[in-house]
Design a protein around this ligand. Structure first.
Ligand code: G3H
Ligand code: 13P
Ligand code: ZN
Length: 311
């Protein structure tokens, strides 16, 4: 089946009380790990590309690698631009074959966010592409945005109806307690999702797909392996997976996970090299890293998203 948009995926996910995983991709091994896991779990999947990934890999390479994934599986796959910073990058992605884009103007004042988002929606919809936008701000570091915990703020439910109707977006990312990166909260803190805000958003936008960014939970066992084999990742925790599972049963239809996949990849790579100091063939250590990432994706599909068997 060709690349799809997220429209049908989200409609089914909303009705079925589960969410679709949106996993960040930067190279062939990552695309293979994610798609093989989704294929074996018979789950729809979203492969998302950040501006950093475009710079690292070249979007043309990524598009052809995703095309290879489409041709070797029969699950629904969407290709999504993650955190599009402006109209130009959204347009370039739409013209380059993406089926979904995010315009992230959430750091601008409300009125500007509406204007920029609306412009992207008009171009995207004319080309059969769907659009995600954001209200509220998560803490953490991503490509062009570095938001400190003090500057982060929750989404205001009283704005969501106005924003969705004025812009015509297809899904809305909200800030309810998640944050980007692998260093989210300190051990001893008790990070929680504001499911009350999610519920309020759901009441104001019935049937509308909601998106959660920054949804890695920081796997402690994988961090321990990284540190056992020469790494020095600080102790950190994320939102518990049970909270994310609860959100997936509500209006959340898309859950973004990047950092947990990176950590699982790095743990296996460090372990392989430490245990096999004579190895120099990248297929050996990248092969192990790919298996580890695939297991992590399966774990998320089964335990967080609930999308197993929904392809
Ligand atoms: O939210 C951002 C994603 O984790 C992508 O990270 O900008 O380092 O590619 P990146
Ligand atoms: P994590 O850093 O929590 O994996 O979040 C990824 C993300 O939101 C990508 O847009
Ligand atoms: Zn994000």
């Amino acid at each position: 089946m060709p690349l799809v948009t997220t429209k049908d995926m989200f409609a089914k996910a909303y009705a079925g009380h589960y969410a679709i995983g949106a996993f960040n991709v930067n190279n062939m091994e990552m695309i293979q790990a994610i798609v093989e896991a989704a294929n074996e779990c018979k789950s729809p999947v979203i492969l998302q590309v950040s501006a950093g990934a475009r710079k690292y890999a070249n979007p043309v390479y990524l598009r052809h690698l995703v095309q290879a994934a489409v041709e070797t599986t029969d699950i629904p796959i969407a290709m999504h631009l993650d955190h599009g910073a402006d109209f130009e990058i959204c347009k370039a992605s739409i013209d380059g074959g993406f089926t979904s884009v995010m315009i992230d103007a959430s750091h601008f004042p409300y009125k500007e966010n509406v204007e920029i988002t609306k412009k992207v929606v008009e171009y995207a919809h004319d080309h059969g592409v769907v659009v995600e936008a954001e209200l509220g701000q998560l803490a953490g570091i991503e490509d062009d945005v570095n938001v400190s915990a003090d500057d982060a703020h929750y989404t205001r439910p009283e704005e969501v109806y106005d924003f969705a109707t004025k812009t015509g977006i297809d899904s809305l990312a909200i800030a309810i307690g998640t944050s980007h990166g692998a260093y989210k909260f300190k051990p001893g803190q008790d990070p929680k999702l504001r499911l009350d805000i999610l519920e309020e958003v759901g009441k104001r936008l019935p049937g509308f797909p909601i998106v959660l960014h920054g949804a890695s939970s920081v796997p402690q066992d994988k961090v321990a392996i990284v540190n056992q084999f020469g790494g020095s990742m600080p102790n950190a925790i994320g939102i518990p997976e049970s909270e994310l599972r609860a959100a997936a049963k509500m209006a959340v239809c898309k859950i973004n996970i990047d950092s947990d996949l990176r950590v699982s990849f790095t743990a296996a790579l460090r372990k392989h090299l430490a245990e096999n100091p004579s190895h120099f063939d990248p297929r050996q250590y990248l092969g192990d890293a790919r298996v580890s990432m695939k297991e992590m994706v399966k774990h998320k599909i089964i335990n967080v998203l609930g999308s197993e068997g929904k392809a």
